[in-house]
Design a protein around this ligand. Structure first.
Ligand code: SF4
Ligand code: SF4
Length: 379
């Protein structure tokens, strides 16, 4: 494993993001399988473990605390995040921070971030003096390095780094080759470089989509290089080779994925024909993707329980097959996935949490209409 030097630390180039941990049949985190992954990660050079208050509907921090308990506290760096959108009083941030320390069974965080800042959530931060509070925690040694994760446009990122760049020692951005030009990731990255702020990368595989490109055409483009590189390898190396990257987080769900990713980070750099193939693949993938959902599940608190990420994934996959599935009925598959768009009460709660800014209500209506049409056509 290669490492990035950061202040007094050496951070592994690959970090373990704990938002897509292995699950059991009851839809809960599979502690045994997750423990095996944590143990393997630490034994094989990964030393950056990333969690957040809302990952796995609030269970990720409990898991991380339990799984890391047997390891020496100095053998890893733990990153956690403050859900700014859940704070309505100054005291809320304090309560959440104390709760996080308890859940993670630690008395300090190596890295602590204001979570998922965007144009809507940012005003809460100055209004509730969150940075002033986090400065206090840093002075007390309960936060070693302060940062922020962003899902915003370039103007806000520039403004925050101008006003608070002295406080934010690093930032976290969604960077991957799909978002690079299409969704403005390159511009955000360039702003970070301008301010000389190290970047922790999230969603390098765009929710797994780039590990398994949707359509046969996209897969053919990448396979055409004959280098034998996996699809995940293209995406991870694209990011890893950018200057100024502190660490790339991968939300790994299986030990096999972790082994593969570690191998990629220990393997050769990208060659020119692979870089060209990526540019070509982006064009194909752009046509494949109807909904840019990463499956992050930040929208899980839907009062009707609508299976938003499942529906979007199903729809994208159906589109990549030209809305024709030889093994069964597409509309039948959709109707089994309930609650779905028909149960949406249009409360808008999901849209305010979606980091990809998807117009979820409209998309669900569009998808529902499409599947009704498919049913009429016997698909
Ligand atoms: S708008 Fe619809 S899908 Fe979104 S949270 Fe409300 S009920 Fe659920
Ligand atoms: S709809 Fe948005 S919030 Fe929900 S899983 Fe997809 S990207 Fe995440």
């Amino acid at each position: 494993m290669n490492y990035t030097e950061f202040k007094d630390k050496k951070i592994s180039r690959l970090g373990f993001g704990t938002m897509r941990l292995p699950m059991d049949d009851q839809g809960k985190i599979n502690y045994a399988a997750g423990q095996e992954m944590i143990d393997y990660a630490l034994a094989n050079g990964i030393n950056y473990i990333d969690t957040a208050y809302k990952y796995h509907e609030g269970e990720s921090e409990d898991f991380v605390g339990a799984a890391l308990a047997k390891h020496q506290r100095t053998s890893y760096y733990l990153a956690d995040k403050l859900p700014t959108w859940l704070c309505s009083t100054e005291d809320d941030a304090r309560k959440i921070f104390e709760d996080q320390l308890l859940k993670c069974r630690t008395d300090y965080f190596d890295f602590y971030l204001l979570h998922s800042l965007d144009e809507e959530s940012w005003p809460n931060v100055p209004r509730l003096h969150m940075i002033e509070y986090l400065r206090e925690e840093k002075a007390a040694g309960r936060i070693r390095h302060l940062g922020a994760s962003f899902h915003c446009g370039p103007d806000l990122l520039r403004q925050v780094l101008t006003d608070y760049g002295q406080d934010l020692e690093f930032i976290q951005l969604q960077l991957n080759y799909m978002d690079w030009d299409l969704y403005g990731a390159k511009e955000l990255y360039q702003i970070a470089r301008e301010f000389d702020t190290p970047v922790v990368v999230m969603e390098p595989l765009r929710g797994g989509m780039l590990a398994n490109p949707l359509s046969e055409t996209a897969r053919k483009v990448l396979d055409g290089t004959d280098t034998g590189a996996s699809y995940a390898s293209y995406a991870l190396r694209f990011i890893n080779e950018l200057p100024g990257i502190l660490c790339t987080l991968s939300g790994m769900s299986t030990l096999a994925q972790m082994k593969e990713n570690i191998e990629i980070f220990n393997g050769p750099a990208m060659i020119d024909k692979e870089k060209e193939a990526i540019s070509e693949a982006v064009k194909v993938l752009q046509a494949d993707i109807l909904v840019p959902c990463t499956g992050c599940n930040y929208c899980y608190e839907c009062p009707s329980g609508v299976k938003i990420p499942e529906i979007f994934k199903m729809y994208n996959e159906a589109a990549s097959k030209g809305f024709h599935w030889i093994w069964g009925s597409l509309s039948g598959q959709y109707n089994k996935c309930t609650p779905n768009a028909k149960d949406c009460i249009e409360c808008g709660a999901c849209e305010s949490h979606c980091p990809q800014k998807i117009s979820i209500i409209d998309k669900l209506k569009e998808i529902d209409a499409k599947y009704a049409q498919l049913a009429e056509m016997g698909e």
